[in-house]
Design a protein around this ligand. Structure first.
Ligand code: AMP
Ligand code: ZN
Length: 663
């Protein structure tokens, strides 16, 4: 094989594995092998730029940055859908249809995926362009970002037409959404509200490498073009699957509205088990000839109808809007409601998110409001019942001063949230930072809880987390409900935290954007707090996975005199602010890039085994997949794990084998 053939064959092979993994969910090689092949391809491409192909699987990792997204006019308009909410609505629709077309009408029922619509154009089997819906007539070219979504085929297989558009939805499955939010929570950032907005926001990120990190997926539902040789909707879904697209299997061909309703009723319950969110069903006339006869209204196709699942909704009175201050100073407005039953729980409060949201709803104290529990975690206020608005009512004026410390609030350009800038003197920020410092994933101080921290601050016994180390039993005893025993526990817990490793202390400092993972990376790279404190922005960015935002925030933290002083005090108390010599001696890169699953009972404690893996540069994962490099099997390893590892061809090794691996 010459170089060009080698490159082509690697590309085809990698593309097949991508399809098996991300579309069919049945991988046949391990991640390690996949990465090897990808690296091989990247090396060849680098040495031979003359064979470049924008649709090479190597472009999946992202990296290209888009400053301005180009506007593209859709060759075929992207319509919206009409909504129906009842059997009667659907029957009316059928009556209208039957007046316009001859013959029997069958329907394809599909789930309505809740994400951001996308139109993909393919030419000669290669992805040419990906455009957002925009206003339906024209949208933004987001091709660079879409290419990072692994279930979007860059090259097609089978007998695809030379040119066509395919439409679908970019979604973010629940699991990935929850992981993203856990990370944000650890960073003290405002949580993403729902998967749909997060998916749709992802499309317009400027850095495609950021998009590549998000676990997005693309589900397709419509092929558009000329002379496609397809006659029904259900057939087109199968074709799309054959060409390599991800099309959920829930779709069903039915022959009456009765059957449509059966489909709806089934999925109204079963949807709760889906890995992603769906807010209804889309019913489409199956015969494409009939679709053409029916055509479009100004806004939507006449041949399709969305049936919306009912979100549970109630109305109640808004008593008062209050404002919460978080540990980073972010202000969140909260709606305090007259308690009301909704979907099995009593709802008393709902988040109003920010000033824009209040303005958009024009929500006022005393209003009767509609509260809904849909796909969101927190109940949401969807509208005000204007018919019930009291005669005397004034628009809500957003606070301009911090409710806790009266400092004038700031709102940075482009940010939705207001902030209290009084880091040093604002009580909830002071308390919040200390609570973060003592939390389980940080210094994990036993015998000290969040409420006690608040009390200690209130009593002026502590002002920052370094003050914890000077607390004495005598100081604590006069406090309410503080017995000798609990006071001793607290002081001992604080003492014990001096052995907590550097990376967790670094996380505990509460530097914005420095979550658990970033703290680990920084600790490992710099090994000492002083090296981090004096690193330049350039230097910080050169560390694997540290971006500009994080670097800026680290620098801002250490620029502050108070923070530098805080660190010096922690040092003086003996808190771990460097990687200990002992630990350093036990560290290596031997297992870099390898993922381990640990299963069964071992001679050494399980946690020590996991730590050994991480100290040597490996990753520990809890479930076996094609990404697993090794399963370390102890006594009594579960039979299902054994079977899974065997079927995926993952190497199974003993504790002894493992120790040899790192010697
Ligand atoms: P709406 O935004 O409520 O008008 O709903 C129309 C949108 O639903 C379309 O633009 C699509 O993006 C989306 N959608 C989700 N699933 C489907 C599906 N199976 N068929 C057609 N449209 C769908
Ligand atoms: Zn404040």
């Amino acid at each position: 094989m010459n170089i060009e053939q080698q490159i082509t064959s690697l590309r085809v092979e990698l593309q097949e594995h991508n399809h098996k993994y991300y579309v069919l969910d049945t991988p046949t090689i391990s991640d390690f092998e996949f990465d090897q092949k990808l690296k091989q391809l990247q090396a060849l491409e680098l040495a031979h730029p003359e064979y470049d192909d924008p649709n090479s699987p190597s472009h999946r990792v992202g990296g290209a940055v888009t400053k301005n997204f180009e506007t593209i006019v859709h060759e075929h308009r992207m319509y919206s859908l009409d909504n129906s909410y009842s059997k009667e609505d659907l029957e009316d629709w059928e009556t209208r249809i039957k007046k316009m077309v001859d013959g029997d009408v069958s329907y394809t029922c599909e789930l309505k995926y809740d994400g951001a619509s996308i139109s993909l154009t393919y030419e000669n089997g290669a992805l040419l362009r990906a455009v957002t819906r925009g206003d339906g007539f024209q949208g933004d070219d987001v091709t660079t970002n879409i290419k990072t979504i692994k279930s979007v085929p860059l090259k097609l297989t089978g007998d695809y037409p030379p040119k066509f558009d395919i439409r679908g939805e970019i979604i973010l499955p629940w699991e990935g959404f929850n992981i993203m939010n856990e990370e944000r929570e650890a960073l003290g950032l405002e949580l993403y509200r729902n998967p749909r907005n997060t998916a749709s926001g992802s499309l317009k990120l400027q850095d495609s490498a950021e998009v590549a990190k998000r676990p997005l997926d693309c589900l397709l539902y419509n092929i558009t073009g000329n002379n496609l040789g397809i006659t029904t909707q259900i057939e087109s879904l199968q074709k799309a699957r054959d060409w390599g697209f991800k099309v959920p299997n829930a779709s069903k061909l039915v022959h009456s509205i009765e059957e449509v309703l059966e489909f709806v009723n089934h999925w109204d319950v079963a949807r709760h088990d889906l890995p992603y969110e769906t807010d209804g069903v889309v019913v489409k006339v199956n015969n494409l000839q009939q679709q053409e006869e029916l055509g479009y209204t100004a806004k939507a196709p006449r041949w399709a109808m969305a049936y919306k699942f009912k979100a549970e909704q109630v109305s109640t009175r808004l008593r008062e809007i209050t404002y919460q201050v978080g540990r980073t100073g972010a202000i969140t407005p909260v709606a305090n409601l007259e308690p009301v039953e909704l979907a099995g729980t009593t709802v008393k409060r709902a988040s109003l998110h920010n000033a824009d949201q209040i303005e958009k709803l024009d929500i006022r104290e005393g209003d009767e409001v509609f509260v809904e529990k849909g796909g969101e975690i927190i109940p949401k206020i969807i509208a005000v019942d204007l018919t019930k608005r009291p005669v005397i009512s004034a628009p809500t004026v957003y606070i301009s001063e911090c409710p806790e410390c009266s400092t004038t609030l700031i709102r940075k350009e482009g940010e939705a949230q207001h902030y209290c800038p009084n880091e040093a003197g604002c009580p909830p920020q002071i308390v919040g930072r200390i609570q973060h410092y003592i939390s389980r994933k940080a210094l994990d101080i036993e015998g000290l809880g969040g409420e006690t921290v608040a009390l200690l601050v209130k009593e002026n016994l502590i002002l920052d987390y370094a003050d914890l180390y000077t607390l004495t039993v005598d100081q604590l005893l006069p406090l309410e409900r503080m017995a000798q025993k609990s006071a001793e526990n607290l002081v001992n817990g604080v003492e014990a935290s001096k052995t907590i490793p550097f990376e967790r202390v670094l996380f505990g400092l509460g530097i914005r954007y420095v979550g658990e993972t970033v703290a680990k990376k920084l600790a490992k790279h710099y090994r000492h707090i002083d090296a981090i404190a004096t690193a330049s922005e350039e230097d910080l960015i050169s560390v694997d996975e540290i971006g500009g935002k994080i670097a800026e925030s680290v620098i801002a933290f250490f620029e502050k005199e108070t923070n530098r002083h805080l660190i010096e005090r922690l040092k003086a108390h003996g808190v771990q602010l460097e990687i200990s010599a002992e630990k350093l001696a036990n560290q290596s890169d031997t297992l870099k890039g390898k993922t381990f699953v640990v299963s069964g009972v071992f001679e050494m404690p399980r946690n020590d085994l996991k730590k050994l893996i991480e100290d040597n540069g490996g990753k520990v994962s809890s479930s076996i997949s094609a990404k697993t490099s090794y399963v370390v099997a102890g006594d009594k390893m579960g039979p299902s794990k054994l079977e899974k590892a065997t079927s995926l061809g993952v190497s199974i090794i003993t504790e002894k084998d493992f120790l040899l691996l790192i010697r």
